[in-house]
Design a protein around this ligand. Sequence first.
Ligand SMILES: N[C@@H](CCC(=O)N[C@@H](CS)C(=O)NCC(=O)O)C(=O)O
Length: 237
Amino acid sequence: MIVLYCFGPLWGLPDPSPFVVKTAVQLKMSGLAYRTDRSRPPEAPKGKLPFIEDNGVRIGDSVFIREHLERKYGVDLDAGLDGRQRAAAWAVERVIEDHVYWATVYARWAVKENFDRGPAIFFGDAPADVLEAARARMLDVLHAQGFGRHSLGEVAQLAGRSFASLAETLGDGPYLAGETMGGADATLFAGLSAVLTSHFDTPVRDALLKHPNLVAYSERMMQRFYPALAKAEPVTA
Ligand SMILES: N[C@@H](CCC(=O)N[C@@H](CS)C(=O)NCC(=O)O)C(=O)O
């Protein structure tokens, strides 16, 4: 059976990593049998989660995992989408994973209070200098990526541009491509829910809350794929 390696549920999310959530939802969409197990990035083939193990083969990176599943098992998560919808779906995934994701990382790691109540947990009882070194490494990554050179307000402003674009793209939905769910819906849901968790109060989350259709979409997808985690009350500021 396929094994999906993940961090494990945290902060009201199926997993703190949107990439893990995306792959888990795509596995659910595929209907393939799988189970999850916990791991940590140093154990992963590419040093990042998620990775899967399928009949002794380990595959890292959520895009390559999807490609493997589609190729090996003959599933098409975009069945019913035309060429233009498939192309648009990839563009949406890049906005979520290569732009919004970094605003999420910034809000969790660069804001000290959020780091203390969030990612610090990954280091267990490690002494303060180990935590500081880990946070400094992520701040270096953010600096190289670019957001690390901005204030939190500026990052929220940039993320807000992406949320506005995504809100316009989704429209009334119910899915990215209209009536038909596609693989990128897993990516969009994973990226939005990572921002919306009420565990972190950030201007990035506030920027997303300005778009009720994105919030409602994330809630619908949570209800559908993780009913036990869906909130009885709607997400609000
Ligand atoms: N491109 C990768 C990104 C995965 C990724 O960034 N995973 C993060 C967690 S959200 C990770 O494991 N980071 C550990 C590290 O960078 O050391 C994918 O799509 O799977």
